[in-house]
Design a protein around this ligand. Structure first.
Ligand SMILES: CC(C)(COP(=O)(O)OP(=O)(O)OC[C@H]1O[C@@H](n2cnc3c(N)ncnc32)[C@H](O)[C@@H]1OP(=O)(O)O)[C@@H](O)C(=O)NCCC(=O)NCCS
Length: 99
């Protein structure tokens, strides 16, 4: 197995201060360096640019789209899920670049 997924949600008043990037980055580190996972799966609703940018910045790659996968409770409409993933070797490459 050795793979996992998950999400993140910050209170609106704390968004756009770098906290999401910091938290997600710590999670990646924990998953690969402590838990020894080989892959993390994630995603974002199509159009959620802040989540997309945060993930791509941390080395995640777009892997595909699940059409109308979720009912968005905010809009009551079905939305596409953009699937992302980060492999352990990509995380190591990313870590080497920022050190
Ligand atoms: C998505 C989320 C976790 C990002 O955390 P954050 O602390 O707000 O974001 P950061 O400050 O770390 O910024 C991450 C990137 O998103 C960009 N960004 C932030 N808000 C943005 C916005 N409204 N529109 C476009 N880009 C945005 C930032 O500029 C940054 O990219 P950059 O470094 O290239 O400039 C947070 O906004 C959140 O919880 N949102 C609501 C719930 C949600 O969408 N969760 C994700 C579900 S997959």
């Amino acid at each position: 197995m050795a793979l996992a997924g998950g999400g993140i949600w910050l209170n609106e008043k704390y968004q756009k201060n770098g906290y999401g990037t910091e938290a997600f980055s710590s999670r990646n580190k924990y998953c690969f360096e402590v838990l020894g996972l080989r892959r993390i799966e994630n995603g974002y609703f199509r159009g959620n640019e802040k989540s997309r940018r945060m993930q791509l910045k941390l080395g995640y790659r777009d892997e595909g789209i699940r059409r109308k996968k979720f009912l968005c409770l905010a809009t009551n409409e079905y939305v596409d899920e953009c699937i992302t993933g980060l492999l352990k070797e990509e995380f190591i490459e990313w870590s080497d670049k920022i050190e």
